[in-house]
Design a protein around this ligand. Structure first.
Ligand SMILES: [Zn+2]
Ligand SMILES: [Zn+2]
Length: 395
């Protein structure tokens, strides 16, 4: 496996070039025509036959027979105007602020390494290039379209780059088994009050008053009804209503995000938000229409797959393997739609640190975030090694 690491290092210049090409032309959502075309062409130049799945997903298999290990990279960007100051900054209004240009490039690098070592593979590696991660729709769509079938996937893993942590660049953070990234759900509440003149509140039902009380009651739900052994976040993020200072509006609208790690806690909150909103509305003589919307489930990290990966990587990169806790992280409060894969097959999720916080102070999704390109070849090597080793151990 040391050979893979040195071969990956030889790819570094090509990977930097590919990453910068993708970085200049970020695309968002489920349709990524330029990103997909560029990646597909580069895979074809390796002699591979990538299949298009959905509008912009790509699936490639290398090797043959059982078992089958899937490695996944996402390809979409964010509707953020880049302020990083990099000479290869985005040329449009979007930005690769979550490092998915790294993931696409690292997975391409793995394709190249795996193709060169195809004869040594003890099974099949399936590479999943997905759109729409930021919408939390891309992985679900590809699972629905059959990415885990033909050949049937036995286990899977993904890598996410992570700048801004107080640890050296190029560390691989391997979590413990269990839920790692949170669910991402949301609520929407339409409040029907009774509008009227601002000077005669006694003739109206002000939906803004109702909305304020619902907002506070939801924080009480979070603070007073969830056990200290569980965790949940309920954040109101949109409150809208009213147009002018001398009229009480008829309706108001609020919306917010819910994050949990436990299915029972998730169900409890889904039950309580409508109860609270309806109760508060009734108190003030208003009515509400509450929608609870399921986003994506938790990323479930499989113990066995992850410990096999930890063992493989520790042999090849001694000193560079740690846990998220070592880097000051408990779990990921953000969500990751690879969760849809982890709900179907035993899976793992790795973090690749890409810039010490001293030199790289910004996190992903910040308009000024910068990523350390030195980790590109390492990412390609990690994808390759975990796939080859898992196949060998599970033949
Ligand atoms: Zn993101
Ligand atoms: Zn991301």
């Amino acid at each position: 496996m040391e050979r893979i690491v040195s071969e990956a290092k030889e790819l570094q210049a090509e990977l930097v070039e590919m990453r910068r090409t993708l970085h200049r032309q970020p695309e968002i959502g489920m349709e990524l025509p330029k990103t997909m075309a560029h990646t597909k062409q580069k895979l074809e130049e390796l002699g591979l036959k990538p299949q298009i799945m959905g509008k912009s997903g790509l699936v490639v298999t290398i090797g043959q027979g059982e078992p089958c290990f899937l490695i996944r990279g996402d390809m979409d960007a964010l509707p953020i105007k880049e302020e990083s100051g990099e000479p290869f900054s985005s040329e449009n209004e979007n930005m690769h602020a979550c490092g998915h240009d790294f993931h696409t490039t690292m997975l391409y690098g793995a394709a190249k390494l795996l193709k060169e070592h195809e004869a040594e593979l003890k099974g099949t590696v399936k590479l999943m290039f997905q759109p729409g991660e930021e919408l939390l729709q891309g992985a679900k769509a590809m699972v629905t379209d059959g990415v885990l079938e033909n050949p049937k996937v036995d286990a899977a893993a993904m890598i996410h780059v992570f700048p801004g942590l107080p640890v050296k660049s190029g560390m691989v953070l391997v979590p413990e088994g269990g839920p790692f990234a949170s669910t991402s759900d949301w609520f929407e509440i339409n409040i029907q009050g009774k509008g009227g003149h601002a000077a005669t509140p006694e003739l109206t039902v002000n939906p803004l008053t109702v909305m304020s009380h619902i907002h506070l009651a939801l924080h009480a739900l979070e603070a007073r009804e969830i056990s200290m052994y569980d965790s949940a976040v309920i954040s109101t993020t949109i409150m809208k209503g009213g147009v002018v200072d001398n009229a009480i509006p008829d309706t108001a609208y609020m919306r917010g995000s819910i994050r949990t790690f436990d299915q029972e806690v998730r169900k409890f909150i889904f039950k309580r938000i409508p109860e609270i909103a309806e109760g508060v509305a009734q108190t003030f003589g208003a009515t509400v229409d509450v929608q609870m919307i399921e986003g994506c489930p938790t990323v479930e990290v499989d113990h066995d797959v992850t410990e096999a990966i930890r063992e493989s990587l520790t042999q090849v990169f001694p000193g560079d393997i740690a846990t998220p806790k070592d880097a000051g992280m408990h779990k990921l409060g953000g969500s990751e739609d690879f969760s849809y894969v982890t709900q179907e097959v035993p899976s793992s999720m790795l973090l690749l640190t890409s810039g010490h916080s001293d030199q790289y102070p910004y996190f992903v999704h910040h308009p000024k975030v910068v990523f350390d390109e030195d980790v590109l070849s390492k990412g390609a090597a990690v994808y390759t090694i975990i796939a080859m080793d898992w196949l060998a151990k599970n033949k």
